[in-house]
Ligand binder design. Structure first.
Ligand SMILES: [Cu+2]
Length: 296
C-alpha cells in the first residue's frame, strides 16, 4: 500500500495513462487500479469459477455486496492520495475527461446525467471520510536484499526479443540519468516501463523487484519491492491479445536502497506461477521490452 499510494506521486502513475476516443484499449493502468483495486476483486472472487458470478469478473462483480465497500474504499484512497505531499498529486484536467458523462436514476427514479467533473470533489456529492490513522503511511522497509557490502550480480540487458514470463526474468536496465536533485525529483519521476502482451481472458499477476539476487524475494515489506501488475480476466468478451504498459515509480525505492548513484538497475519480474504454482500456466503474458524514463 505504501509503494502504490505514497510512493506513486503522479496522476498517470496513480490513475493510469489517459485513454481517449480512438486510442487502443488499456494504454496502461495505474497503481490504484491494479493493486489495491484489481487484486481485491481477485481475492474476494474465486479463480476456480473464473467464468462464474464472482467479484473477479467484470460483468458480475457488483452482484456481491462487498463490491460497494471495496469501491467506497478505493474512492477513499483516491482522496487520501490527493492530500499527500507532492506537486503532481492532482486530478486530470483534460476537458475530454472532465466532461465525460454517465446516466443514472436518482432517488426519485428520474434519469440524471452526471459528469466526471461533478464527482471529483466529495463534498459536492455530499460525503466525507472519517479521519483515521493510515497504517501504511510511514514505511520502514526491511533491510535491502542483499546487503550493500557485496556487489550486485548483473543479469545483462533484456535485449530486443520478447520473452514469455513463465519463469523469473532478470535484466539490467540503464538509467537515463542519475544523481538528480531534490527539485528534479519533485518535478518528474524516474519510471520503470514494461511493455507487455497478454491474453484478455486470463488472470495475470506478477511482482517487480529491483537490485536483489535473493530467490526468496521477501515480499512487499522489503525495500526491493517496487510494485505489481494485476489484470482481471474478461471472459464474457471475445478473447484477444492486448498490448499494454506497466509503469512503476523507482524514486523512493532507489533512495531506500541507496542506489541513486548507480548507472543501472537490476530488474526482477516474478510471475505468480512461481509463488503459487497451481495458479495459471505461466504462459499468460509476454514481456516485450523494459526501459527507464524520466517523466510523469
Ligand atoms: Cu472494481
Amino acid at each position: 500500500m505504501h509503494r502504490q499510494v505514497v510512493a506513486t506521486k503522479t496522476a498517470p502513475l496513480f490513475f493510469g495513462l489517459p485513454y481517449c476516443a480512438g486510442d487502443k484499449p488499456e494504454p496502461g493502468a495505474g497503481s490504484v487500479e491494479q493493486t489495491p483495486h484489481n487484486i481485491v476483486h481477485d481475492w474476494t472472487g474465486d479463480r476456480n469459477q473464473i467464468d462464474g458470478e464472482i467479484m473477479g469478473e467484470l460483468y458480475s462483480a457488483a452482484r456481491d455486496p462487498i463490491f460497494f465497500a471495496h469501491h467506497s474504499n478505493i474512492d477513499r484512497l483516491w482522496t487520501i492520495w490527493k492530500t499527500l505531499p507532492g506537486k503532481n498529486r492532482k486530478d486530470f484536467t483534460d476537458p475530454d475527461y472532465l466532461n465525460e458523462s454517465f446516466l443514472f436514476y436518482d432517488e426519485n427514479a428520474e434519469l440524471v446525467k452526471v459528469k466526471v467533473s461533478d464527482c471529483l470533489d466529495p463534498t459536492k456529492v455530499k460525503y466525507g471520510y472519517q479521519d483515521v490513522e493510515i497504517p501504511w503511511g510511514p514505511f520502514n522497509p526491511k533491510p535491502p536484499l542483499p546487503k550493500k557490502e557485496a556487489p550486485l550480480m548483473k543479469a545483462g540487458e533484456f535485449g530486443s526479443e520478447p520473452r514469455l514470463l513463465s519463469s523469473i526474468i532478470r535484466a539490467t536496465v540503464k538509467r537515463p540519468t542519475k544523481s538528480r536533485s531534490k527539485e528534479e525529483k519533485e518535478n518528474e519521476e524516474e519510471i520503470l516501463v514494461l511493455a507487455i502482451e497478454l491474453n484478455t481472458d486470463k488472470f495475470v499477476k506478477f511482482d517487480v523487484y529491483i537490485n536483489t539476487e535473493d530467490e526468496n524475494f521477501g515480499g512487499p515489506a522489503y525495500s526491493n519491492f517496487v510494485g505489481s501488475f494485476v489484470r482481471l480476466p474478461h471472459t464474457h468478451a471475445k478473447p484477444m491479445k492486448l498490448k499494454t504498459l506497466l509503469r512503476l515509480p523507482l524514486g523512493e525505492a532507489l533512495e531506500d536502497l541507496e542506489a541513486e548513484e548507480d548507472d543501472d538497475v537490476e530488474v526482477i519480474l516474478v510471475p505468480e506461477v512461481i509463488l503459487v504454482p497451481k495458479v495459471g500456466t505461466g504462459e499468460e503474458i509476454t514481456i516485450e521490452g523494459i526501459k527507464i524514463e524520466i517523466g510523469l
